[in-house]
Design a protein around this ligand. Structure first.
Ligand code: PLP
Length: 234
């Protein structure tokens, strides 16, 4: 049955997280898991929540809106983990706990304006293109000092940390190098950051490499496929 399958997969992922954390002298509690349900519909997504994982992520805002409406009665914390267009900010903000993919100042300003309008503070992570791949979204590492200065002026946006995707073409060693770069960037920026900007969170690592990401300091991993092993995609 699908629920048992997902529950078993979840236990395995949580064990791997604990193991990777232990290896790097951290505790499993230092790492949070966001379940990425983008390959599946709301019914399957519901099972992930029923299995006990309430931090759920979607790549496409439209899919997040639809699922948030259909699963409204569950205490899910939604994470928008993929690119967000400015014209989708208004509908997305009230639904989400954390936005992982802030990748331009124009977008950040729009989020600030909207959060201000609805009288909230929005937690965000700044996406950094550490692999340098052209197809990737995100700020360039060398512009981050000036980005942080700008973020400090956005009083309804709360920067909590950084997010990155490992390069697709460079294999596991490349992923490790990308995660190490994000961590180094975080350390470099800590000395510089404005007071109202937090950089403690590092959202990095997906199914193929979350253990490596944790060894490089990830505090949030975004895991999709591994939670659904044994289920066929629709
Ligand atoms: C799909 C996706 C993931 C999860 O990928 P899996 O390989 O299925 O674990 C993580 N982060 C982002 C931004 C994604 O789009």
């Amino acid at each position: 049955m699908s629920l048992t399958l997902i529950a078993d997969n979840l236990v395995k992922v949580q064990q791997n997280i604990a193991e990777a954390a232990r290896k790097s002298g951290r505790s499993a509690d230092d790492v949070s898991l966001v379940g990425v349900c983008k390959y599946f519909d709301a019914d399957i997504t519901r099972l992930v929540a029923e299995a006990g994982l309430l931090d759920l992520g979607e790549n496409r805002p439209q899919q997040l809106w639809d699922k948030a409406a259909m699963l409204e009665q569950l205490p899910i914390r939604w994470h928008q983990i993929g690119h967000l267009q400015r014209n989708k900010v208004r509908r997305t903000l009230p639904l989400i706990h954390l936005f992982h993919a802030a990748d331009s100042l124009r977008l950040l300003k729009e989020i600030n304006k909207e959060a201000d309008r609805i009288n909230t503070k929005q937690d965000v992570l700044l996406e950094v293109n550490v692999s340098g791949e052209e197809a990737k979204h995100g700020f360039a590492p060398q512009e981050m000092e000036s980005v942080l200065e700008q973020c400090a002026k956005l009083t309804s946006v709360r920067v909590r940390g950084l997010m990155a995707m490992a390069g697709l073409n460079s294999g596991i060693d490349g992923a490790a190098a990308d995660f190490a770069s994000l961590r180094e960037l975080q350390q470099r920026l800590l000395a510089f950051k404005p007071e109202n900007v937090e950089l403690g969170e590092l959202s990095m690592g997906m199914s193929r490499d979350y253990d490596i990401a944790i060894e490089h300091g990830a505090t949030i991993v975004r895991v999709g496929s591994s939670l659904f092993e044994g289920l066929s995609r629709r």
